[in-house]
Design a protein around this ligand. Structure first.
Ligand code: G3P
Ligand code: CA
Length: 254
């Protein structure tokens, strides 16, 4: 079964990395949620994609230089524009979540992919995950573009699945070799790097004992092709399109 992983939640429809975006992803049948974490000035984990507040909130400045309380003042719904150009979530009280907040909420049977955006956030991420339900259900993976970040995860917690994100146009085979040699279970390339037919790369991955997920897939036919190859999962902004393409959710994650 190829997993439908909601990219920053159902981010095509609601402000990315907010609780309403995660809630909608679950309603739409996502198997797992992908989110991004940064460390704040007071050692907390802010769930936000960028290093700064500027693009997604009404505030500015670097996340790492602000306390979580300061970050929680920002309106995380203020920048999202609907298809008609309106901003229906501005002023609705949406906040930048913390990782523990998402973990407390995450429904049973829904998986989680935590992307550590800065290596400094690794220790706090592991503390947050340690006693979480999703960890106990073995349904969480920690990924990063930063090799040192996932190396640190493995050093501190060998039982937690990890994956290396590859930037677009990086060689997938390089990632597979690197991950296999270091015991990381997954490699997550840009979909474009899997090629029109991902079968050869997936065979290589199977030989290395490494699973492949890819980002970001929003087109129905491509979703169906990827699912037919047995890919571990893909990240999408539109979980509803994925469910329509692949059929109803089969079973909760173990
Ligand atoms: O899951 C992979 C994807 O989230 C990586 O890219 O920039 O959306 O964090 P980005
Ligand atoms: Ca991400």
């Amino acid at each position: 079964m190829t997993l439908v992983v909601a990219h920053r939640g159902a981010s095509a429809y609601r402000p990315e990395n907010t609780m309403p975006a995660y809630e909608l992803a679950v309603e739409q049948g996502a198997d797992a949620i992908e989110l991004d974490v940064h460390l704040t000035a007071d050692g907390q984990l802010a769930v936000i994609h960028d290093e700064t507040l500027d693009r997604t909130t009404d505030r500015s400045g670097e996340v790492r230089l602000q306390t979580m309380e300061q970050i929680r003042d920002a309106d995380a719904g203020s920048r999202f524009a609907a298809g008609d150009g309106s901003q229906p979530y501005a002023g609705q009280g949406l906040r930048v979540p913390t990782l523990p907040e998402v973990l407390d909420w995450l429904p049973e049977g829904v998986g989680l992919v935590v992307e550590v955006k800065a290596a400094e956030a690794v220790e706090a991420t592991l503390v947050a995950l340690r006693d979480s339900r999703v960890r106990q259900a073995q349904a969480v993976t920690v990924i990063s573009f930063d090799e040192s970040a996932i190396e640190r995860v493995r050093e501190l917690d060998r039982d937690l699945p990890t994956g290396l994100l590859l930037v677009p146009f990086d060689r997938v085979e390089r990632g597979l070799v690197w991950a296999a040699e270091r015991g990381h279970g997954g490699v997550f390339p840009w979909d474009g790097d899997l090629g029109l037919d991902p079968t050869p790369i997936l065979s290589q991955a199977a030989a290395f004992g490494v699973r492949i997920g890819c980002y970001v897939v929003n087109e129905s036919q491509r979703m169906q092709l990827l699912a037919a190859t047995g890919l571990w999962g893909f990240v999408t902004d539109v979980p509803d399109v994925a469910r329509a393409a692949l059929g109803p959710r089969q079973e909760p994650l173990a």
